[in-house]
Design a protein around this ligand. Structure first.
Ligand code: RTP
Ligand code: MG
Length: 155
């Protein structure tokens, strides 16, 4: 393939409220860029309850769902679209396991080891499959005549 762009893949990354509050935006972005991703879109938002419930709809029946909604609405988040070959799996590898304490024990170089606090407050999100990535990118961004625009109110 002559054009390397054809091999690229996009994923949705988010720095969650604890990551923004803890001043981890710059170090996480540096890690992202040093790992070969391009950041093609970014927006800082204050999510509301309905937005979080819809975004994390797959977890609606879980015991932790109401805590998750409270956590994700507790402050602004930074949402980014990351692009590179194998972006979806590579970003999941880079962030590490869901539980930040496990990340610290078994994946000490991961983002969640660096900035996560516990099982819930794990500072970052990543799409978990190609289907999730498409859904999540179009959840927050849509194509318009002027390029990609946010479908939510910017903070
Ligand atoms: P994410 O979707 O945010 O990238 O996280 P993940 O795939 O690693 O984990 P997932 O199972 O999708 O869970 C979504 C988020 O819910 C919170 N959580 N709390 N037992 C608990 O209290 C619990 N388990 C999960 C975390 O914030 C997790 O990232
Ligand atoms: Mg998940």
């Amino acid at each position: 393939i002559a054009n390397g762009d054809a091999l690229k893949e996009k994923t949705l990354a988010m720095i969650k409220p604890d990551g923004v509050e803890g001043d981890y935006i710059d170090v996480i972005k540096k890690t992202i860029l040093a790992s070969g991703f391009n950041i093609t879109q970014e927006i800082q938002l204050q999510l509301n309850e309905n937005t979080v419930k819809s975004f994390y709809a797959e977890h609606a029946s879980k015991s932790f769902f109401s805590d998750l909604v409270q956590y994700m609405t507790s402050g602004p988040v930074l949402i980014m679209v990351l692009e590179k070959a194998n972006a979806i799996a590579d970003w999941r590898d880079l962030i590490g396991p869901t539980d930040s304490n496990k990340a610290k024990a078994t994946h000490p170089k991961s983002v969640r080891a660096l900035c996560g606090l516990d099982l819930q407050r794990n500072c970052v999100h990543g799409s978990d499959s190609p289907q999730s990535a498409v859904r999540e990118i179009s959840f927050f961004f849509e194509k318009s005549s002027s390029g990609f625009v946010s479908t939510h109110d910017e903070l």
